[in-house]
Design a protein around this ligand. Structure first.
Ligand SMILES: O=c1ccn([C@@H]2O[C@H](COP(=O)(O)O)[C@@H](O)[C@H]2O)c(=O)[nH]1
Length: 232
């Protein structure tokens, strides 16, 4: 089932049972779901089958980052498992992204292929420590432009950068934004955050939300509050 909602709920759980317990409370018409490294490493492809069987579109967030041939194979494997979206790290470079794009096209696989720019957990200080001496906004813009030239459908970025990327890459280029925090929520390990309504106003096309819903005392109330904030 395809959802018109921009919401993607991050199922960051340590077991298939825990993830499905949350998924069974969600409505695939009202959100998509994201499977990340922890859950996929625990459960493998079974989780994708289970979520697809429940009608969800799945973003497989494994952030592939390797040599071009390896990433192309991994992206093909993900797409052949029917996921709606898959991602690579833009810092893997043009040839890596082009190889991934070419592989999907060659096999007529329509999975959305996006690239991570700068993790939303990273600040300017974190970037400097790994030798990137520009602001997160500058590095995001550089990598988003490269991702677009390399055939990506969009990027993962912070909502704080969404407006600049709308100007740089256009409306249709996907801006998938984690680091979404309702005004009252803790930032946790995230450093570049925005509220759900501010993120949409800034030009995010999709909002990735994990702990503010999944770790809430009442996850469904937290989700309802988020939806009503978005409804405005
Ligand atoms: O830059 C990035 C890329 C991916 N993520 C992922 O999104 C969710 C966010 O979860 P919260 O609990 O809402 O912080 C998580 O699965 C990350 O792996 C990201 O946060 N930032």
């Amino acid at each position: 089932m395809s959802s018109a909602s921009p919401l993607i709920i991050a199922l960051d759980y340590p077991s298939l049972d825990a993830a499905l317990c949350m998924a069974d409370q969600l409505d695939p018409a009202r959100c998509r779901v994201k499977v990340g490294k922890e859950l996929y490493t625990r459960s493998g492809p079974d989780v994708l089958e289970a979520l697809h069987g429940r009608g969800f579109e799945v973003f497989l967030d494994l952030k592939f980052h390797d040599i071009p041939n390896t990433v192309a194979g991994a992206v093909q494997a993900a797409a052949e498992q029917g996921v709606w979206m898959v991602n690579v790290h833009a810092s893997g470079g043009r040839r890596m992204m082009e190889a991934a794009r070419e592989r999907l096209d060659r096999h007529a696989l329509s999975t959305q292929l996006i690239a991570v720019t700068v993790l939303t957990s990273m600040s300017a200080e974190d970037l400097a420590e790994v030798g990137v001496a520009v602001s997160p906004a500058e590095q995001v813009a550089r990598l988003a432009a490269l991702a677009q030239q390399s055939g990506m459908d969009g990027v993962v970025c912070s909502a704080q950068e969404a407006t600049a990327l709308r100007d740089l890459c256009g409306e249709d280029f996907l801006k998938v934004t984690p680091g979404i925090r309702p005004a009252s929520a803790a930032a946790d390990d995230q450093r570049r955050v925005l509220t759900p309504s501010a993120a949409m106003a800034a030009g995010s096309t999709h909002l990735v939300v994990g702990r503010p819903v999944t770790q809430a005392e009442d996850p469904m109330s937290a989700l309802a509050a988020l939806e009503s904030e978005l409804a405005g």
